[in-house]
Design a protein around this ligand. Structure first.
Ligand SMILES: [Ca+2]
Length: 318
């Protein structure tokens, strides 16, 4: 580039990209779907599994992912709590922007429909409904999918308003909000590793460090991050003992996004929450809005500065 005094300077860039799609010569294991009470608590789980991930969904707890094991890294990307007393953690806890915490959906019981169960792809739909007022007719549906050749977990969500009455004046105005305990830790453990959250903002990439059992603090602007610049948010963890960094990034639709939100107060010793919420929409009877998210795990990147379309990357100017 040419500087103000007319001198040429050379920018040396280091680019490292991690594909979440494996090379063709790999022979990934077939997909499997199990719908059974695997932990003996009387409620059925749904387990989606391929060669890269094993995701345990809890229909009886709002249709969340209670565990997501990333096999190549030997880690879990979340834990099932307890979070805030006895409230479970996990990924994709449903909320809506017009209900205060915890709202109707975090502990709703979701209906289960297996959509596809083949060696190349497994797909299941979990459907929850609110409890009172207009939310009793507001349905949140998450369709989870794993493909044999991909290491990402795909979630396609629908928020639908179904009153059964075609009153053109009756409409609901709200937005979808997801709460996650995104943290990388040893498989099956409650506590995660030391890690750093990354958020792309209009004034640069925000890096938020978190050290388990330390009194971490992130409360700028009441925990809201109101200037997102891209549709991704993720974490990179340092397992220690010379092991490669392991992380995961959510890739989401930026055009629908409103704010990110991180709840990290000193009393939360094991993990913070990672959340975002979408812009409000107006829904009349029979109308729906849709969005898609990919959760992309990776190894070997010590920093994330971009993520999109199955690729997570770091671009660094030295
Ligand atoms: Ca169970």
């Amino acid at each position: 580039m040419l500087d103000t005094e007319g001198r040429w300077t050379v920018l040396v860039a280091t680019v490292l990209l991690i594909h979440t799609i494996p090379h063709a010569h790999a022979a990934p294991a077939a997909c499997r779907l199990t719908h059974a009470d695997i932990d003996g608590d009387g409620a059925k789980e749904v387990v989606l599994e391929n060669g890269f991930l094993r995701a345990t969904l809890e229909p009886s707890s709002g249709g969340r992912a209670a565990r997501v094991e990333y096999k190549p890294g030997g880690v879990d990307l979340t834990c099932f709590g307890p979070y805030r007393g006895t409230r479970p953690g996990g990924l994709f806890g449903d909320r809506i922007t017009t209900q205060s915490f915890p709202g109707d959906y975090l502990e709703a019981t979701a209906a289960v429909a297996v959509v596809k169960n083949t060696p190349d792809e497994v797909r299941v739909r979990l459907t929850s409904r609110g409890q009172g007022g207009q939310a009793a007719n507001l349905i949140i549906e998450k369709e989870w999918a794993l493909a044999r050749s991909r290491s990402s977990l795909e979630v396609a969500a629908t928020m639908a308003y179904r009153t059964g009455m075609t009153d053109p004046k009756d409409r609901i105005r709200t937005g979808l909000w997801w709460q996650h305990i995104l943290r990388v830790g040893k498989t099956g453990s409650q506590q995660g590793f030391r890690n750093t959250y990354s958020l792309p903002l209009t004034n640069g990439i925000l890096q938020v460090p978190f050290v388990p059992q330390a009194r971490n603090h992130f409360e700028q602007d009441d925990s809201y991050v109101r200037n997102p610049a891209r549709g991704w948010i993720g974490t990179v963890a340092q397992p220690g003992d010379g092991a490669a960094p392991v992380g995961a990034v959510f890739s989401l639709d930026y055009s629908q996004l409103l704010h990110y939100y991180i709840c990290m107060v000193p009393g939360m010793l094991e993990f913070p929450t990672v959340e975002w919420y979408y812009q409000k929409v107006n829904l009349r009877d029979g109308e729906t809005c849709r969005t898609k998210v990919s959760l992309m795990p990776f190894r070997g990147l010590d920093e994330v500065t971009g993520a999109h379309g199955g690729i997570v990357g770091r671009l660094r100017f030295d």
